[in-house]
Design a protein around this ligand. Structure first.
Ligand code: ADP
Ligand code: MG
Ligand code: ZN
Length: 502
């Protein structure tokens, strides 16, 4: 592998300003494809969800998916864009085996949505406005799998397999205007933008936007220019970056790489690059085509899209509360800091916490469990919080048992672990394992007697006036009851039995 020269991040920023452009592709969650009635369901046998239209057979005619258009408008409006009164699809011509038509039906100079912005929040609570150039509709390509090579790439492969189930699935591509002025925070801005966009897309209900499943992927364009220079430098375009962390790392790496090239008098090629998860590096892909290489022209088989103003206003009125607004509302309701809210967001805990509160739990308890025990478990088992085998209602039930004094924190943790381990719902676990707080004097009394009998020294101290030493005896009782004793009641009983005033 060739070694890539990098300048230190600090040195790079000392001489250059980064300019970024982010292109995000979102796969819509429509039931059918963009231009035919084929199912979009994942996991079907290869090539079982195809038809003459999405296979590009001669004579087949496409029809636009109305839900696809509506979703594009929803996204456009949520991004504060203008919505075109009239726009067309275009053919983007190129030959590649994963695209049987030999052109991609896309939009070119007439996007459905344009001129918007998205405000994103940075770690320090500051807001950065990212301007949106356009959001347009297009279709996904098929999927190729290269067999026989070492890396899964086409180089060295003996043959390739093609699955056209994905060909024609609706995509919305959202393109930013050049992002300037972020300085050293450029990688953070990139990450925060993609994170906010993902939240937005999910809130709009147009896609689950799971990056790890390729439902949302980002191309990171980056260039540097010397401080004080107006003109942009040449950009590189790192393709298909598919996690938030990778977006940030890719931007950072490219800043350091560009700086090394430029500061040693070299020139940056306008090229696409591949991002490598293992070490956060990028390597050269292909030299970038100019738009004219694609021979764009208006798609003759589809009528123009002309959304009526009434329809657009209807869609606008149906938009949900947007994530940033909702987050600020919840932050105030829960009384947490911006920083804590950011952690809750990063953990993917907002929706589980809200659902747990809706199921009857106090906000601080809901937060405590999802950000504590459950976050830890999710982390350890490599799952998202909403993939854990416990429901918000079950978590709410645990908090209810704690509030009623039936469980203490330690027992509650055991109950949660048992629910996660598949032992049933909280009440079943409590019954089966006998995990109730022991507060009846009979059972507790025996443990208290034992603790008194076995700790003569401590008893002496307590009788001598050091009531604080009672903690040691309570500890012994807790140990003997495997944490199930009602600590408060145990303390009372001990003092009572020793004839000491509390
Ligand atoms: P392409 O399809 O060739 O990638 P687009 O216009 O769709 O071109 O996207 C280019 C992205 O890069 C946009 O987000 C744009 O704002 C941004 N961009 C354009 N020029 C530069 C540059 N010199 N440096 C950084 N970003 C740039
Ligand atoms: Mg691009
Ligand atoms: Zn089809």
């Amino acid at each position: 592998m060739t070694v890539i020269d990098l300048l230190s991040y600090e040195d790079a920023l000392a001489s250059y300003d980064p300019v970024m452009g982010l292109e995000v592709h979102v796969e819509l969650g429509t039931r059918t494809k963009m231009f035919c009635g084929c199912s979009t369901e994942l996991g079907a046998p290869a090539n079982s969800q195809t038809c003459p239209t999405c296979l590009g057979l001669p004579g087949a005619l496409p029809v636009v998916n109305a839900i696809g258009v509506e979703s594009a408008i929803r996204i456009g409006l949520a991004l504060n864009c203008e919505i075109a009164e009239w726009c067309r699809f275009a053919r983007k011509n190129y030959f590649y085996p994963d695209m049987p038509k030999n052109f991609q039906t896309s939009q070119y100079d007439e996007p459905i949505a344009f001129n918007g912005y998205l405000d994103v929040q940075l770690e320090d609570g500051e807001t950065f406005r990212v301007e949106i150039e356009r959001a347009h509709m297009e279709e996904d390509t098929g999927k190729s799998t290269h067999i026989g090579g070492a890396t899964g790439r086409i180089h060295g492969a003996s043959h390739s397999l093609l699955d056209y189930n994905r060909a024609g699935i609706p995509l919305i591509e959202i393109v930013t205007k050049p992002i300037e002025g972020a300085g050293e925070r450029a990688p953070e801005v990139a990450r925060a933008y993609v994170a906010e966009l993902r939240e937005l897309i999910k809130a709009l209900g147009v896609s689950e936007a799971r990056m790890e499943m390729g439902q949302m992927r980002c191309d990171v364009n980056l260039s540097l220019r010397p401080h004080g220079r107006e003109k942009f430098g040449t950009r590189s375009e790192t393709k298909n970056v598919n996690s938030l962390r990778s977006v940030e790392r890719a931007a950072r790496f490219e800043i350091q790489r560009h700086a090394a090239v430029l500061s040693s008098g070299g020139t940056i090629l306008q090229e696409t690059r591949h991002f490598h998860e293992e070490d956060g590096s990028t390597t050269s892909g292909r030299i970038k085509e100019e738009a004219e290489d694609y021979r764009y022209f208006p798609e003759p088989d589809l009528v123009p899209v002309a959304p009526s103003r009434e329809w657009v206003e209807e869609i606008r009125a149906s938009l949900p509360e947007l994530p940033r607004v909702r987050r600020n509302r919840l932050r105030e309701e829960w009384g947490v800091s911006e920083h804590d809210m950011q952690s809750i967001l990063n953990a993917g805990a907002i929706d589980p916490i809200v659902a747990t509160i809706d199921a009857g739990a106090p906000a601080d308890q809901a937060r405590k469990w999802w950000m504590g025990e459950l976050a830890r478990n999710a982390n350890e088992t490599g799952r998202a919080l909403d993939e854990l085998p416990i429901t918000p209602a079950q978590v709410a039930r645990v908090t209810e048992l704690v509030a009623a004094g039936d469980l203490n924190d330690k027992l509650a943790r055991q109950v949660i672990e048992a629910v996660l381990a598949g032992e049933g719902d909280p009440d079943t676990v409590v019954d089966k394992r006998g995990l109730k707080v022991v507060s009846d004097d009979g059972a507790l009394g025996a443990a208290v007697d034992e603790a008194i009998a076995g700790n003569a020294g401590v008893v002496e101290k307590i009788k001598g006036g050091k009531t604080a030493a009672v903690g040691a005896l309570v500890g012994a009782v807790m140990k003997a009851t495997r944490g199930q004793a009602d600590a408060g009641r145990a303390r009372e009983l001990i003092l009572e039995k020793l004839g000491v005033e509390a």
